[in-house]
Structure formats: C-alpha cells, structure tokens
Design a protein around this ligand. Structure first.
Ligand SMILES: Nc1ncnc2c1ncn2[C@@H]1O[C@H](COP(=O)(O)OP(=O)(O)OP(=O)(O)O)[C@@H](O)[C@H]1O
Length: 587
C-alpha cells in the first residue's frame, strides 16, 4: 500500500529545519584541561544538511538502504549527524551498550550480522582484537582519529569521505543543481533499527525497532510528557538524545561517559544546564543519585539549585524514593521527577510523578511493590498467570483480576513485535492478538516482569519473573505462592543498617529455600563480631515475620558489594548472588 511507505523519523528533523532553521538542535560539551568548558553546536538547518550530506557519502561508499550497521560512536556532533544520516538512508543502525561487556558484545554482533561497522578508533581496535562482526562486515568507517589510523584499522574515515565529497561538489560548482539526498521512505513495519537489551537476566537480545515505534515514542513524549519545540534537554542517554531534535528540542550533551553514568562529574552537568538554561533533563536513577548527593553536599550558603528545569524524566530502572527526594531539593517547587517504566522492547509504558510516588512509600515498605504509575495513552496493560510456557494466541480470559500478581503483558504502538534472529525468545515473549485483525498493533509483549494493577488502574512492579523464588521448604507458610523479589526486599530495606537486599533461592538438603543477601549501609561494620551479626539477623527475621510476603524467610548473608549493571548501578545481578550464596552456605 503506497501510503504505508511514508515512514521515516527524520521527517521531524526536516520539518524543524524548515520551521526553525536557526534554532539550536545539538550542543556538545567538552571539559578542557584548564577546567573551562567548550561547546560545539549545530542548528536544525545545519544538522539536516550535514545528515543529508553524510547519507549521500555513505551511499557512495557502499553503505546503502537495508544494510545493517554497527554504530559505536560516542555522543558528538558526528554521532547526531551520522545517526540521522543512517535513518535518512534507510540503513539499519545496530545500537549496543558498550557497558554490557566483551563477551556479550561479541554475541550481539554475531547475531546481528552487520554489513558495516562505524566507530571511533577505540571501537575499531576492540573490533580487531575481539573479531567483532568478522564474518559479515564488508565496510569499515572511522569517526575521529587520523586517516592513517582509519586506513590501518577502519577502512576509511568519515572526514575523508566528506572531504572528497566537498572537492567533487566544488569541481561541479558550475552545474546548476547540487546533489541532494532523498530520504528513504519505509513501510511502517519495516525494520528501522536494532537495539540490544542490557542483558540483566541473560544474554542481551536484539529488539527490532520500526519507524512506527519511534513515531509512537515521539507522540508519548509530546502528549504524556508535554515536551514542546524550543525546549532544551540535558541529554545523558544517547538514544533519548536523538529524540530531542525529532521533537524540535535541543539536545545538550554533557561531557560524561554515557555507558557509566555513575562516574559522571556533576559539575559538568550543572554547567551545561546553566549554560543553555535547560528545561528538561533525561537521567537514569544512577545519575539522580549522583547529582542529588552532589547537590546536597553543597554548603547551605551555596546550595545547588536548578531553576531552569521544568521536568525531569527518569527511566531504565527503579529509582529509590530517598534518592528522588534528595534530588528534588534542587528543583523549583512543583517540578516533578517523572518516573517511567518500560524496557528496550517497549518504552515508555507507564509513568508516575515524584509527588505521587512519595505517597506510595508506606505500601512499598510493607511489601506492595513499586508503583510505576498509570499506563501512558494508547497502552493496554494486562496481568496474566505466571508461566514459563509460550502463549501463542491472546485470549481476554488470560487477564487476572485487579490486585493479583502475575506477569505484566503490554500492548501499544511502541511495543516491539520481535527479537532479531531469536525465534525462541520471540516465541517466549510475544502473544499474537488477532482481535484487531491483521493491524499493526496486534502483538502483545510479555515483560518478564511481575506486578499487579490496583483498583485505580495503577501498575505496581514486583520484580523480574526470573527472580521469584518458588520455595518448597517444609514449613514454608505459603506453599503455593512464590516469594517476589522487590516486595520482599523493600520490606527488609526498612532496617536502618541495610543499604539494599537481594532475594535468591538456595538448595538446602534438597529443598529450595529463600535466602536474603544483604548489603550494609556505608560505615556499618558488623562482620567482625559474630554475635552482632546474629543479633542483626534476628532483627531481620523479626521484620520478616510481620509481613505475609516475607513469612518464612529465615536465612541471611551479608555481601560486601552487590554485583550490579554498569549503566544503572541498580539492576542487581541476583543470578550471580544466588551462586555466591549457595557456595557460601555449602562451605
Ligand atoms: N521505573 C522502573 N521501575 C522498576 N523497574 C524498571 C523501571 N524501568 C525499567 N525497569 C526494569 O528494567 C527492565 C528493562 O530493562 P532493559 O530493557 O534495559 O533490559 P534488561 O531487562 O535489563 O535486560 P534483559 O531483558 O536482557 O535481561 C524492565 O523490564 C524492568 O524490570
């Protein structure tokens, strides 16, 4: 159908370039050795023209529509121009989080079978060292670094391609029409990008994105989050930073390692906000924690405030209520942190403002899970019984009643339909919903998360499905109900000496029992005294006995420093802790 082949997220960039050509589209901060900051900028007209030019030179270099390309370029003006160029050309970027580790990266590249690899010199060195994409990559392009390096490691450089293009343009200067680039128009269900999940419950999976999904995300950001053209966003997450220009909003990129937000220097971020009077901030919970601490550490006389910020969007992992409360002290009265719930496969799905979230503390502390708010416009959330079996066809009878914990299943225009080259993962996670006929929104996604809906239509998250503990220990009070990670952990986290906890299952004399791993607050030292540890465990036991969700949890172990994901510093690798706990009790 002709009208279906109209999709390309870049049409928003084109429109912004026509309507507000001189308005700022991107600014990238660099902290110099002197401690001063340098900013490089592009306006909408420049970003549009530059991405057109790159799309054209890529095509001449042999990177063309339908090809899959690994993009490992740090946020920079080139990153923005290149990514929009790839979309304009109908080339499929493969986006991975370098923080996921060498082994996972190799697996991602093997699975995605890229035709080309575009990266900074460091990425090319790693590609050569670890043989990434060796079997499929035919075109190499280096961004930054010298031409000599590019020749040795990375085929050619973007700079060289653009220089050759400029030369050929000037030699044709007398010809009337400059060579322009025609934006590829794709079917709304055609693959537009492959984004890998972070792999916190196993190997990362490549999620197939379409332009229709990107369009849906842009609509949510406009309608549910209220973003308007002309805003300025402190963009700390590369993928989200691309939405800025598509929304007519400038992306201000601070000098930080986006794959390790916890290492960011708060001064850089504060300076970028100040310089551009940012109205929006997109931050993950790790940064909320880091910036909140930095703000609180400022002396009373010069307490740090962020008066230009009108909206903070937090996403990617659960943020703790205490870190949001601390961070919010820097914001003007009435400015909220909007906590978003979603996953690479479907984002954003639900949202709750910090004011409302603070009122849910008591329920969370007594085992009710984390409130992630009401579904955004167009999203249907259903809760189904927990099962590891695939479900091929959606049936309304699968819906569990309000208040019952089960697996969260979502449907909506931003919900992905499949994983790339992962038939069995797709089968496990997707349910065909033929009620709508062969329409584009006919796939429901199983989140692999557990939760329930309350009578107000709010969604409560109760941890990952893979992290529930099905105990069969004799004397277990709820034989037929599993222990759910987040509800249990948040109950124990109320102990003042506890920083965080992680529930795991261990085998004791052939039976599965729940065990709670505990990380202590900074400065609390108990391990030296056996009796102090026993007393602490008794206190935890007493807390657990007060709640039905934790009844029967009697085993505890103190762990010095939980293994967590680099990006969020929040997703606890409970699988690793389970192995550690089993080894510890078996010693
Ligand atoms: N606001 C939130 N509150 C609680 N949990 C959240 C929130 N936002 C995201 N999450 C968690 O993060 C998950 C999505 O993360 P992501 O897409 O990065 O992949 P992953 O689940 O970490 O990796 P993998 O699927 O490969 O194991 C959600 O399914 C949920 O468990």
């Amino acid at each position: 159908m002709a009208e279906q082949h109209q999709a390309n997220i870049c049409r928003h960039l084109k429109r912004a370039a026509e309507e507000t050509p001189d308005a700022l589209a991107v600014a990238v901060q660099k902290r110099l050795l002197t401690g001063r900051f340098r900013y490089q900028e592009l306006n909408f007209a420049e970003l549009d023209a530059e991405s057109d030019r790159i799309a054209r030179v890529l095509a001449e270099y042999g990177i063309t529509r339908g090809m899959k390309v690994v993009l490992m370029v740090t946020p920079s003006l080139d990153f923005f121009a290149l990514t929009f160029a790839l979309f304009k050309a109908g080339v499929i970027p493969i986006l991975v989080d370098p923080g996921m580790g060498i082994k996972n990266l190799r697996q991602c590249f093997a699975e995605a079978e890229p035709d080309a690899f575009i990266g900074i010199p460091k990425a090319h060195i790693a590609r050569c060292l670890f043989g990434w994409g060796k079997a499929s990559v035919r075109r190499l392009l280096t961004v930054g670094g010298s031409e000599l390096f590019a020749k040795a490691f990375g085929g050619t450089s973007l700079k060289a391609l653009l220089k050759a293009d400029a030369n050929s343009q000037s030699s044709h200067a007398n010809n009337e029409t400059p060579i322009t680039h025609n934006m590829a128009l794709l079917g709304s269900d055609e693959m537009a990008a492959i984004l890998f999940t972070s792999g916190s419950t196993g190997t990362p999976k490549g999620v197939v994105y379409t332009h229709a999904m990107f369009e849906a995300q842009i609509n949510v950001l406009k309608n549910d989050y209220g973003i308007v053209p002309g805003e300025r966003d402190l963009a700390t997450f590369p993928l989200f930073s691309l939405f800025g220009p598509a929304l007519g909003m400038a992306s201000i990129v601070p000098d930080m390692d986006a794959s390790k937000p916890i290492t960011a220097n708060p001064d850089n971020l504060f300076a970028a906000i100040e310089q551009y009077q940012c109205s929006n901030m997109f931050v993950n919970p790790a940064l909320i924690e880091r910036l909140g601490q930095a703000g609180a550490a400022s002396t009373e006389a010069k307490a740090h405030t962020l008066p230009s910020i009108r909206r903070v969007i937090s996403a990617g992992a659960p943020a703790t209520i205490s870190s949001i409360a601390r961070f919010s002290k820097m914001l003007k009265d009435g400015v909220e942190v909007l906590n978003s719930y979603g996953a690479t496969e479907s984002l954003p799905l639900a949202m709750i403002g910090s004011e409302q979230l603070l009122n849910t503390t008591d329920i969370t502390d007594s085992g009710g899970g984390i409130c992630v708010g009401k579904p955004v416009d167009g999203v249907d959330v259903a809760i189904i019984a927990i099962t590891e079996d695939p479900i091929t066809e959606w049936d309304e009878a699968l819906r569990l009643p309000v208040g019952t914990i089960g697996e969260i299943v979502v449907k909506g225009p931003m919900v992905s339909h499949s994983y790339y080259h992962r038939a069995s993962a797709t089968e496990q996670a997707k349910i065909i919903d033929s009620a709508d006929g062969p329409a584009e929104h006919s796939v429901r996604h199983r989140m692999g998360d557990l939760g329930y809906l309350d009578q107000h239509g709010q969604l409560w998250m109760c941890g990952r499905k893979a992290h529930r503990v099905e105990a069969n220990r004799a004397g277990s009070i709820f034989d037929d109900e599993p222990y759910f990670s987040i509800p249990c952990e948040r109950i124990f986290n109320t102990h003042p000496k506890v920083r965080r906890t992680a529930l795991v299952g261990v085998e004791i004399r052939g039976e599965t029992a729940p065990l709670l791993c505990v990380e202590l607050e900074k400065g609390v030292e108990l391990e030296k005294s056996e009796s102090a540890v026993e007393h602490f465990y008794d206190e935890l036991r007493a807390i657990g006995e007060k709640h039905r969700q934790t009844a029967g949890i009697a085993d505890f172990l103190i762990h010095p420093d939980f293994p967590v994901d680099i990006r969020h510093n929040a997703k606890i690798f409970r699988e690793k802790l389970a192995v550690w706990a089993q080894d510890s009790i078996s010693e």
